[in-house]
Design a protein around this ligand. Structure first.
Ligand code: NAP
Length: 261
């Protein structure tokens, strides 16, 4: 079967790097992101480099009907989706009460609702095309409780917990689901500058998008239930089992308070 991978947030950052990783494996792509020049430029670059088909769909995933419009696009174009990569997401660092509530409304629609609806809508197709794969991008923030990233951290805990639970329901269906929990990904100048501001601890827990993408796609093919790329990040993530929760929250709060100030 000439299968396709659907990647949300495929125009830049980790999504773009995962698109390239899949293109190297001769997997056709459907890239979904906001309707911006970046999306068409990324598709053009990949199409030029690899002998695969790349389709694009510019759409705002915070719109209620976006997931069903994506499904319609796939059905009209008769594209056999075997890989669903829920990558689009937004984050922030700052005091909870310094943001307008509409910001959190958008964040939850993108990080939580769109991912859930897309998974639900595409499950029948993925079962039909099995063996097939879902890769949901959570974060290290989804393994901890993070002051100054309150709603982001909670949204990524949802992604992690949802993926683990659904994975168990899907046992025996031929559809696997992987939750990826990366540390910092150096996707743009602002993240690179912010990481430098927090200091060495943040720098050693960060990686390039290409590095994370390589291990994300490998974890997906290996049908890992969850995966934390980079040994030092994995080591750090084990602190959640060792340090009492109340101390963890204080430590993270103290470290991020510097950045917010
Ligand atoms: N960067 C990190 O340090 C880090 C760490 C751990 C986990 N993560 C997670 O990894 C994933 C990718 O992060 P990233 O840093 O690569 O992000 P990014 O560089 O900001 O890219 C985000 C992607 O999502 C798309 N997108 C944003 N809002 C959208 C919307 N409303 N509708 C449709 N598409 C939208 C963007 O499209 P446009 O190009 O059109 O804006 C872009 O393709 C996210 O889920 C993030 O939470 C990131």
């Amino acid at each position: 079967m000439n299968s396709y991978a659907l990647i949300t947030g495929g125009s830049q950052g980790l999504g773009k790097a995962m698109a390239e990783e899949l293109a190297q494996k001769q997997i056709n792509l459907v890239l979904v992101a906001l309707d911006s020049p970046d999306l068409y430029e990324t598709a053009h670059q990949i199409q030029k480099k690899y002998a695969i088909d790349v389709k694009v769909l510019g759409i705002d995933l915070t719109q209620d009907n976006a997931p069903s419009q994506i499904l319609e696009f796939i059905q009209v174009n008769d594209l056999p989706i075997r890989y669903l990569i829920n990558n689009a997401g937004m984050g922030y660092t700052g005091r909870f009460d310094s943001f307008d509530v509409s910001f959190f409304d958008n964040l939850l629609k993108l990080n939580v609702l769109a991912l859930t609806k897309l998974t639900h809508l595409f499950l029948p197709i993925l079962k039909h095309n099995a063996p097939s794969y879902i890769l949901n991008i959570s974060s290290m923030a989804g393994l901890f409780t993070m002051p100054y990233k309150t709603v982001y951290s909670a949204s990524k805990q949802y992604v992690y917990s949802f993926s683990r639970a659904l994975g168990e329901e899907l046992r025996g269906t031929g559809v696997s689901i992987t939750a990826l929990c990366p540390g910092g990904i150096l996707t743009n100048e602002k993240i690179i500058a912010d990481t430098a501001k927090i200091g060495r601890s943040a720098q050693i827990l960060s990686s390039t998008p290409e590095y994370v993408a390589h291990f994300a796609i490998k974890a997906m093919f290996d049908k890992r239930k969850m995966y934390v790329p980079k040994f030092l990040v994995r080591l750090y993530s084990w602190m959640r089992y060792i340090i009492p929760k109340s101390i963890q929250v204080k430590m993270i709060g103290n470290s991020l308070r510097k950045k917010v100030a």
